[in-house]
Design a protein around this ligand. Structure first.
Ligand code: PHE
Length: 319
């Protein structure tokens, strides 16, 4: 009995098997051990003691075998729960670069192919780099406190990345061929096309013999690379204190009915060269500053600039 019972418990593979073996051998009503116990009553008194001892030994062995079988199938159930290799995996949700960051990467790539290196400058600027060196005198209306975020005396959040033109020319002799990408701040009322903070890509090329033709070619090539071969851009005469002549650059919006301003550009004003110690008799140069949000919006058909700042995953997921 003991051998057969121990084997039955040992080979039980599931909780049901264990329970079946328990009922068969240790069951209170019809179990085999129970029948063996009944037999005790029919034995002559002299034999009872030896039989009883034997019986207890067998009972303990069976109970131990039951315990062992129970914990064995239980462990397996836990292990089966923990690693169900047939379950489909749960893919982790990966984030990705923000559409504006992707745009910035692409601009760096495109202008890199035209030979432009990347320059950087601080967002908290002094008025010399934001205004004075850019030929914007203290009385100029562009310096109005209502149109700028001044911090303390003489410092401000930069209102244009043209500050970096100055920083680059101060730190190296010509020739120069750089772009700079960064945030600029202006107290504009927020609507579908305006924000108090946006991004610009500034470009600066200075060398002997750089012309307005070079500027137009670079901007045309850039627009085609980023916005597609069929994009149309146009140059309108304009004014900036730090370029002469100056233009505003427009791109034709999708559908071809609306011109949207992409940014400003022009030939670097001799006064700017003087402010940084370059010789305006020897070098010429062009500069441009384009709005990155608008480029990104036209490229992807985004009609509201605010979508770029709200970090709504349903929007961001699409890029
Ligand atoms: N800084 C000008 C702006 O923010 C753009 C510009 C850059 C114009 C370089 C001319 C040359 O509007």
């Amino acid at each position: 009995l003991q051998d057969r019972a121990v084997r039955a418990f040992a080979s039980a593979g599931s909780p049901d098997d264990v329970e079946a073996a328990r009922v068969e051998y240790l069951g209170q009503k019809q179990g085999r051990l129970k029948s063996a116990q009944e037999r005790l009553k029919t034995l002559p008194n002299e034999a009872k003691k030896a039989y009883g001892q034997r019986f207890n030994g067998v009972k303990q062995a069976l109970e131990a075998a039951l315990d062992a079988a129970r914990s064995r199938v239980e462990r397996r159930a836990v292990a089966d729960d923990a690693i169900d290799v047939t379950l489909p995996g749960t893919a982790p949700r990966l984030g990705h670069r923000h559409p504006l960051a992707q745009t910035a990467d692409e601009l760096i790539d495109i202008f890199g192919r035209f030979g432009f290196a990347v320059a950087r400058g601080p967002e908290v600027e002094d008025v010399r780099h934001n205004f004075d060196a850019l030929n914007i005198p203290p009385v100029h209306p562009a310096r109005d406190p209502l149109d700028n975020f001044y911090l303390s005396e003489g410092t401000m959040l930069r209102s244009q990345t043209s500050t970096i033109q100055i920083r680059v020319m101060e730190s190296q002799p010509p020739p120069v061929r750089v772009i700079a990408i960064g945030r600029v701040y202006r107290p504009d009322t927020v609507d579908a096309t305006h924000s108090f903070m946006f991004h610009q890509v500034e470009g600066l090329m200075v060398d002997e013999g750089v012309t307005m033709g070079d500027l137009k070619t670079v901007l045309r090539l850039f627009a085609r690379s980023y916005l597609g071969e069929d994009v149309q851009i146009r140059f309108r005469p304009s004014f900036f204190p730090f370029t002469e002549p100056s233009v505003e650059v427009d791109m034709l919006w999708h559908g071809g009915r609306r011109w949207v301003e992409m940014g400003g550009a022009g030939m670097v004003d001799p006064n700017v060269f003087k402010a940084v110690g370059y010789d305006p008799e020897r070098v010429t140069g062009f500069a441009f500053g384009l709005g990155i949000e608008r480029l990104c919006m036209r490229r992807h058909g985004i009609d509201d600039i605010r979508l770029l700042y709200q970090n709504d995953v349903r929007f961001l997921d699409q890029f």
